[in-house]
Design a protein around this ligand. Structure first.
Ligand code: ZN
Length: 206
């Protein structure tokens, strides 16, 4: 069994502000993970912010279950089959912060019309599906385009980046306008997690 309480305490004392859960259905992406039982256990063990990233074909069907399991934020893909605006509203209706995720090949404009209805845009900086991939440099312009549209509309929206974030790429994405950085391999393979987290840190990291 995982000693979840002590593991999460270690993350918190290393300066990690959120836990990011990748949920995959084996359809939208090839990998399969099932997030609900582990999410429920983590919620019982800690008050840390739980950020759920749904990489599934029809996220609208599962919003309530992830909200009930303890998610604080839920992102789903603009490329999924669910109606994006209705799904964002359903997430907010469950008392959870809504976010939209966007794959590397999808243009920034795909999320512009949704910006007034969400709290965060998750710009994928690798193809979603597996950990340990290299950062795709072409995604930096997309971060910049989304940040500039948020500013133009005068909104308070976070930009989260997910995939290939390390001590080098973190500075590039922050400069482009990202302020929530997801990091897996870089933190978990570091000898000193607190130092690694500090190296990434702007305002929030998960
Ligand atoms: Zn993710």
């Amino acid at each position: 069994m995982l000693h979840l309480g002590s593991e999460i305490k270690k993350l918190e004392t290393s300066g990690i502000d959120m836990l990011h859960f990748d949920v995959m259905d084996g359809i939208f992406v090839n990998n399969i993970t099932f997030g609900l039982p582990i999410l429920e256990q983590v919620r019982k063990a800690s008050d840390i912010t739980l950020d759920v990233h749904l990489m599934i074909k029809d996220p609208a069907k599962y919003i309530k279950r992830f909200a009930d399991a303890g998610a604080d934020m839920i992102s789903f893909h603009v490329e999924s089959d669910s109606d994006a605006l209705e799904t964002l509203k359903a997430i907010r209706g469950c008392g959870v912060k809504p976010a939209i995720a966007i794959k590397p090949a999808t243009p920034a404009e795909a999320v512009f019309g949704l910006l007034p209805y969400l709290d965060m845009v998750l710009v994928m900086t690798v193809e979603p599906g597996f950990g340990g991939q290299s950062f795709i440099p072409e995604t930096v312009d997309k971060i910049r385009a989304v940040r500039s549209k948020i500013n133009e509309l005068g909104l308070d929206v976070d930009i989260e980046v997910d995939g290939g974030i390390n001590g080098q790429t973190s500075a590039i994405v922050r400069e482009a306008g990202a302020n929530v950085l997801v990091s897996g391999s870089f933190l978990f393979h570091a000898e000193d997690m607190a130092a690694a987290a500090n190296a990434l840190k702007d305002d929030r990291i998960c």
